[in-house]
Each structure stands twice: as structure tokens, then as C-alpha cells.
Design a protein around this ligand. Structure first.
Ligand SMILES: C[S@@+](CC[C@H](N)C(=O)[O-])C[C@H]1O[C@@H](n2cnc3c(N)ncnc32)[C@H](O)[C@@H]1O
Length: 389
């Protein structure tokens, strides 16, 4: 095993620069943005710190090989050339997940199957027996990414994708991915040292991610990491992790400022309450019924409004005209929040002009397949309502 690892952390499209900044802050070296993520270098301890603390990365991968892989035979040959015996033994169960981009194969399951066969055959040859496949709780997770005919094979250090923090026990319509919510807060410069409000909080993702930041909680503190079960690195990884987890527990504090979520839907609020409780943030986050178009700011000093208003298609039947009127009223209402700055993620192209305020920054982000704009507005005083003197 190398002293330092060349690693790749994956990110939602449009958040790669935010992830790069985060990784630098976590001590990663040689940080370089790439398509769909960020490359960096770290020793084992630094890599494990990244796994515990990253809020924006979806996976942390240890790339093993990249090769041309044409047709089914090419896939098999490329995967069989990797020295898997350095990473697995006959008792380590494994799984293979595949993702495709512009590949000749249309079924990721087929690519995963070819890679799995190659791994099993190579290990049978080299070790005299092959490890079992376990798709649910494997000891080693192999990630295969086929872009056109280029096959990249990696091990996943973390296991379950990192956006699955474990607190989303109730769903609502169109929740944000946890990692995307964290990226929005990072883009807005939220560091947990000011009040935060989400006037349309849905299942509470932005409030909960803000709560994790404000309480200085490592988002993956309570999850086991896949690398702990690797045959050749597991023991040393467990030793580092027990210290890193203790350090992370010591860092936890009470949130210094309130975090408030509002929604007009009782079901959404109920979901947000369950999720906040599952995240152990029920004391830090207040959740109340409210209509964002007539809402007053919570008492106390101003801070950051971070929100993700409905895009339209989901506000059944109201149509685009209705949405524009809604965004206009929302703009009127939030412009009365004296001193608050705003980070608004919208997937509706009509939002910005209807909202009728001038953002100081726009960023293109993807909420799953939906292209969105993250609009950052300065606090009122620095902000100007369009048409206002
Ligand atoms: C796109 S969802 C927000 C999803 C949320 N970010 C999450 O991660 O779950 C939009 C939310 O706005 C709420 N909403 C729509 N109109 C509203 C209004 N006038 N006042 C307050 N909430 C509203 C909806 O009930 C819905 O929960």
C-alpha cells in the first residue's frame, strides 16, 4: 500500500469548486478539480479525516486503474489486469457498482457483471479460491465507471454514498440531496456563526445541514466506513478512526444562533420534525407553519435565508403565470427581512426576473437532472430591489 494515496471525491455537477475548497480546508494536498469531482492526494489518516468531515463529496474513491475497454471482452480483460489480490483476500466479500457515460453498453448491471467475473476469476487463479459477492454489506466496494470506452476502476472508502447521512427518515416531494444542500450553504459562506432561516423548508434538509455545521458535527461521525473492513488496511484504518472520531466528538458544540424552518404544508413540517430529531438537532432547529409570501423574520439578529422554492411543475395546475406571481410575492415578502442575505436555489428560469431583486452572484447547479441557478443576494442595505432607487 502506498504511503500517500491519489484519491478522487465525487460531487454533484456544479459543486466541484466548492468541494475543492472544502478538501483544501480538510488538509488534502494536490487538490485538482475534474469532471464530476476533485482529485487529491492524502495519506491514510488525512483520507479518513476527509471521509468523516466532507459535507459536499458524494463518494471518496481510491482509483486503482484506468484502461480502454471495448466490448464485453474488453471490459473483462481490463478488469482482470488489475492486481485485485493486493486489495481483497478469499474471505473479503465484495460488490461491484457501475456507472456509465456515453458508453456502448446501456445497462450498468452488465458492466458490473463483467467486472465482477474478472475479479472472481483472477482471485481464483492467484489465491486458489474466490471471495463471495455481497451486494448489501460487502467488505470491499468496487466502483466501475465506463466513459465511452474508458473503464476506471476504484475502491470506495466510505461505502454507502455520503449524501445518505442517515437522518432522512421521512421524505417529502423533491427533497434536496444532503450534499447539495451543504454545497449551497458553502457557496453562501455559511459557517454556523449567524442565524439561518429556510422559509420553505420542506423536509428540512437545508436547516439540518446548517445545524450540522453550526454544531461542528462531522456529518459521517456515526457511520461505519467501508475501509475499516478492507483486509490489508482495515486494522490501521480502525486505529486512526477511533482517534479521529474522538476528536470529532470533542469538537461538537451547541449552535450559537437559531436555525428556523417554515413551510405551509403540515406534511412537510411533520417530515422535517422527524428528520431533525433523527439528526439529533431538534433542540437547535425550530420548525413552524408559515406562508413565505407573508412571513416576518424570526426575532433576533439577521443572518442567512437559504431556501429552495417550488419550481412549478410540482405546484399542480397553477402554471407558469401563477408561479411568476408567487415568486413576485415572495420577493416582496423577503425584501422586508431587514439585514438578511439570501441564497436561493431555483430550477425555474422565470424565478430571477419575477423575484425582482438583483443577485450579486449566480451559479449553475444540478439538482439531480434539473439544471438550477443558485442566486446569492446581499443583505438589504447592500441589496437593491430592481427599480428601487
Ligand atoms: C422544493 S420544496 C423544498 C424542499 C426542501 N429544500 C427539502 O430538501 O426537502 C418546496 C417547499 O416549499 C413549500 N411551499 C410552497 N409554497 C409555500 C409558501 N407560500 N410558504 C411556505 N412554504 C411553501 C412546499 O410545501 C415545499 O415543501
Amino acid at each position: 500500500m502506498p504511503e500517500r494515496f491519489a484519491l478522487f471525491a465525487t460531487a454533484s455537477r456544479g459543486t466541484e469548486d466548492l468541494l475543492a475548497q472544502e478538501l483544501e480546508g480538510l488538509g488534502a494536498r494536490k487538490v485538482r478539480q475534474d469532471r464530476g469531482g476533485v482529485r487529491f492526494s492524502a495519506n491514510l489518516r488525512e483520507a479518513l479525516r476527509v471521509c468523516l468531515w466532507t459535507r459536499i463529496a458524494m463518494r471518496v474513491l481510491y482509483p486503482l486503474a484506468e484502461a480502454e475497454a471495448k466490448g464485453a471482452e474488453g471490459l473483462y480483460r481490463a478488469a482482470a489486469a488489475v492486481p485485485w489480490e493486493e486489495h481483497l483476500d478469499t474471505r473479503s466479500t465484495f460488490s461491484v457498482e457501475a456507472t456509465l457515460r456515453g458508453a456502448e453498453h446501456t445497462h450498468s448491471g452488465f458492466v458490473a457483471l463483467k467486472v465482477k467475473d474478472a475479479i472472481a476469476d483472477r482471485l481464483r487463479d492467484k489465491l486458489g479460491a474466490r471471495p463471495d459477492v455481497d451486494t448489501r454489506h460487502p467488505k470491499v466496494r468496487v466502483v466501475a465507471h465506463l466513459a465511452q470506452t474508458r473503464l476506471a476502476l476504484s475502491l470506495d472508502l466510505c461505502g454507502e454514498p455520503l449524501h445518505r447521512r442517515g437522518y432522512r427518515v421521512r421524505q417529502t416531494e423533491a427533497p434536496l440531496k444532503e450534499t447539495l444542500a451543504a454545497a449551497i450553504l458553502a457557496a453562501a459562506g455559511y459557517q454556523g456563526e449567524e442565524p439561518l432561516a429556510d422559509p420553505m423548508c420542506g423536509s428540512g434538509t437545508l436547516c439540518i445541514e446548517a445545524g450540522l455545521i453550526a454544531t461542528r458535527r462531522a456529518p459521517s461521525l456515526s457511520r461505519p466506513l467501508s475501509v475499516e473492513k478492507w483486509p490489508h488496511l482495515g486494522e490501521i484504518a480502525r486505529r486512526h478512526l477511533s482517534e479521529l472520531r474522538e476528536e470529532a466528538r470533542q469538537a461538537i458544540r451547541a449552535a450559537p444562533f437559531p436555525i428556523c424552518g417554515f413551510d405551509r404544508s403540515p406534511e412537510a413540517l411533520e417530515a422535517a420534525r422527524h428528520n431533525a430529531r433523527a439528526a439529533k438537532l431538534e433542540k437547535e432547529i425550530s420548525l413552524e407553519a408559515g406562508d413565505a409570501t407573508i412571513l416576518s423574520p424570526p426575532p433576533g439578529p439577521p443572518g442567512l435565508i437559504a431556501t429552495n422554492p417550488p419550481y412549478g411543475a410540482r405546484l399542480g395546475g397553477e402554471g407558469q403565470k401563477g408561479m411568476k406571481a408567487f415568486y413576485f410575492k415572495l420577493g416582496e415578502s423577503l425584501s422586508r427581512w431587514e439585514g438578511w442575505r439570501m441564497a436561493i436555489l431555483s430550477g425555474n428560469p422565470a424565478f430571477e426576473s419575477a423575484f425582482h431583486a438583483r443577485p450579486k452572484e449566480r451559479r449553475r447547479l444540478w439538482n439531480g437532472p434539473i439544471e438550477c441557478r443558485l442566486l446569492l443576494y446581499p443583505s438589504r442595505g447592500g441589496a437593491s430591489r430592481l427599480g428601487a432607487p
